[in-house]
Design a binder for this molecule. Structure first.
Ligand code: SF4
Length: 210
């Protein structure tokens, strides 16, 4: 990207995040929006929704699921948490904490809340035009790919289109520990395969030279 275009995109992204942080559209949400900041990147990580700790700590994947997720990237791509946060834009299907289910665990955002929040994701696709999208967990994956079970989706790269923009998506399971899928076969092997594909992707390799 030429330097003028880069400066313009950085300005748009900062404005976008200021508007995102002011969003109060969903009355059922239990926090204000969480953002990873204005990171100009061709790689977009899309999570599901923040947990209860992230709004207090002010960044996505700030608690136990984040430790697992950043461990995956450190081991496969040589990118530690600090560098990941500096180099990769972090988005989500919903940006606010949905609250707890009466039975325990975090509430899954409703279809309406995900639809409401898609305006932010669409804006990010327009500004960043990502080459690689990493959707993490079912609610994020099904924004881009018809969901048919983790074993059918993880370990492969998918040609996708969203908000009029074409890109490659490499899905990952959610690292929360709520599902044993990433810790058992075939999940373990498919997770390794997916991380290997992410490490070899040209957009990820380009991070090392930037
Ligand atoms: S979930 Fe998204 S659309 Fe809903 S209030 Fe939060 S930022 Fe706004």
């Amino acid at each position: 990207m030429k330097s003028n275009a880069k400066a313009e995109s950085a300005k748009k992204l900062r404005r976008h995040i200021a508007s995102l942080k002011a969003c109060r559209l969903c009355s059922g949400m239990c926090s204000t929006p969480v953002s990873g900041g204005a990171i100009l990147s061709r790689i977009l990580l899309v999570g599901q929704a923040p947990g209860g700790k992230e709004p207090q700590l002010g960044r996505p994947f700030a608690w136990t699921a984040g430790k697992t997720l950043f461990g995956w990237f450190e081991n496969s791509c040589g990118l530690n948490e600090e560098n990941f946060r500096k180099k990769i834009y972090m988005a989500a299907a919903c940006r606010c904490f949905p609250g707890k289910k009466p039975s325990g665990g975090d509430r899954v955002p409703s279809r309406k809340e995900i639809d409401n929040c898609s305006r932010w994701l669409q804006g990010e696709f327009e500004i960043l035009q990502p080459a690689l999208v990493i959707p993490v967990g079912k609610s994020a994956i099904e924004l881009f790919i018809e969901y048919r079970g983790m074993s059918e989706l993880v370990g492969r790269s998918w040609s996708c289109q969203y908000a009029g923009h074409k890109f490659e998506a490499i899905p990952l399971p959610h690292p929360s520990g709520a599902s044993p899928w990433p810790k058992m076969e075939p999940g373990k092997a498919l997770l390794r395969k997916a991380l290997g594909k992410i490490a070899k992707h040209p957009a990820m390799r380009a991070l090392k030279t930037n």
